[in-house]
Design a protein around this ligand. Structure first.
Ligand SMILES: [Zn+2]
Length: 211
């Protein structure tokens, strides 16, 4: 959708939808936000956190990036958007839950198996995608390369687990998880059906999320 279409959508929002939320927006402006959940998802346009969870404004603190990757704790002089969002959610907003949500047909996971141009046009992307490297290696080891679809779906799911592992490299996240003040969840959205799966630790696999 181009900007013209978005502006038309905004008009429809003002006319038909804003009324449903008016009180809520006023209340949130007065009291500030206090979301209980940090949702880390892929920037993919098909992943719409509020839509799939039917969450209202104020419910989710959302961070989205390519591949729903979580870089490990690595404080230095660079600018770390993901780390800052995690810190703010955990230390200031004091969220109770963090969801890392992967999804099917993820372009980031697929590009782990492609050669990207070596020029400057994707210089940051090439570096960023290294955060999926462990998932690629683990998926290849688990299912081999014979069935490409299975390999990609497996990579997407395993990647969620590695990102959860990276979350635990943040000292404050680890401390709160150990104190059972913070809970981590691995989710997986099937784009084609809108179905959500969750990682069940006791089963060691992704299972349908029952409402
Ligand atoms: Zn994606």
């Amino acid at each position: 959708m181009e900007v013209k279409g978005l502006i038309q959508g905004y008009k429809r929002f003002r006319e038909y939808r804003l009324g449903d939320h008016e009180e809520l927006f006023l209340d949130l402006a007065r009291k500030g936000q206090s979301p209980k959940t940090l949702f880390i998802g892929c920037s993919d346009s098909r992943v719409v956190p509020n839509l799939i969870t039917d969450a209202a404004p104020g419910d989710l603190f959302i961070f989205r990036d390519i591949g729903n990757f979580v870089p490990p704790f690595q404080p230095d002089d660079d600018y770390h958007a993901a780390a800052a969002a995690i810190e703010y959610a955990v230390s200031v907003l004091q969220v109770r839950d963090i969801i890392v949500c992967g999804h099917s047909h993820c372009g980031a996971c697929e590009s782990l198996y492609k050669e990207l141009p070596e020029d400057e046009s994707l210089i940051h992307t090439r570096r960023w995608l290294q955060l999926g490297q462990k998932a690629k290696e683990a998926a290849l080891q688990k299912v081999g390369s014979g069935d490409r679809e299975l390999l990609l779906r497996t990579t997407e799911k395993i990647s969620v687990l590695f990102q959860l592992e990276n979350l635990l490299t943040y000292p404050e996240v680890r401390r709160k998880v150990e104190a059972q003040e913070l809970f981590l969840h691995g989710w997986y959205l099937k784009i084609e059906s809108g179905q959500l799966l969750y990682f069940d630790e006791s089963e060691g696999e992704f299972l349908p999320l029952e409402g």
